[in-house]
Write a protein that binds this ligand. Structure first.
Ligand SMILES: C[S@@+](CC[C@H](N)C(=O)[O-])C[C@H]1O[C@@H](n2cnc3c(N)ncnc32)[C@H](O)[C@@H]1O
Length: 227
């Protein structure tokens, strides 16, 4: 048969070392998801916080006869520890690693072949992220908390690095601003600015109240209030 006739020379052309390395590469590609699932597991077991509360911040060998190793937080995992940064990134990672986001990837091949497909998420679930949030209050909370954690983290950096872009602005509307993570940071930095957030009803209904940010319920495709 022609396929086995083609196989033999290919195998012979490569050294055993090359073939084994090629197999290792395949394993790395195939098992790449284990790394993200291990991160999800560590977060669910609250390992970053546990390490933090034991005041161990560096990896070191404990001075003991059996040379035990103690694990500490790195600059990366520190972003997952509550209290370490103003807003830790656990909520956004919890969303990224949620099965609603990860499971659709097992159908990625048919999504590529589907000419009429929308997003991978919508193909798998039959509705988009925002529609799912509107139907399921637990998912709504997962999304809204994720957005706030991401926005708090990034707004700290934006305001530190380029707050000048907001100078002179009297009123601002954050279109699709979620629970106001970004708007709240801007309002705090520029108390004279009138800051509002427009988002869908199921998001605004659950939004916390802030003194300097008002929430408007609506659909941005229908109406955007002036600012
Ligand atoms: C990526 S999040 C934005 C997060 C936000 N910038 C913050 O600081 O937290 C996208 C937002 O768009 C909202 N959204 C989606 N469709 C919308 C629509 N048609 N009108 C208004 N908001 C919408 C979602 O509810 C969600 O809160």
């Amino acid at each position: 048969n022609t396929s086995s006739a083609k196989m033999a020379p290919t195998q012979e052309k490569h050294s055993s070392e090359e073939l084994l390395q090629a197999q290792v590469d395949l394993w790395h590609h195939a098992l790449g998801f284990v790394k993200s699932m291990a991160l999800k597991c560590a977060m669910e077991l609250q390992i970053p916080n546990t390490i933090q509360h034991h005041d161990i911040f560096v990896v070191h060998e404990v001075a003991s006869p059996n040379k035990e190793v103690a694990y500490g937080l790195t600059p990366t995992t520190r972003l997952l520890a509550i209290d370490e940064v103003r807003s830790n990134l656990s909520p956004i990672l919890s969303l990224i690693l949620d099965s609603t986001v990860t499971a659709p990837f097992s159908g990625m091949h048919s999504w590529f072949l589907d000419e009429h497909s929308t997003s991978l998420f919508e193909k798998a679930h039959g509705l988009n992220v925002w529609e799912m949030a509107a139907q399921n209050s637990t998912y709504n909370q997962l999304i809204n908390d994720a957005m706030v954690s991401d926005s708090n983290f990034l707004m700290d950096i934006i305001l530190r690095e380029c707050s000048g872009v907001f100078l002179g602005i009297k009123s601002l509307i954050d279109v699709a601003g979620g629970h106001g993570g970004s708007a709240k940071a801007i309002a705090k930095a520029f108390p004279q600015m009138k800051c509002s957030v427009l988002d869908l009803p199921h998001v605004v209904e659950e939004a916390p109240t802030f003194d300097h940010v008002s929430f408007i319920s609506g659909d941005m495709f229908k109406y955007i209030p002036p600012a």
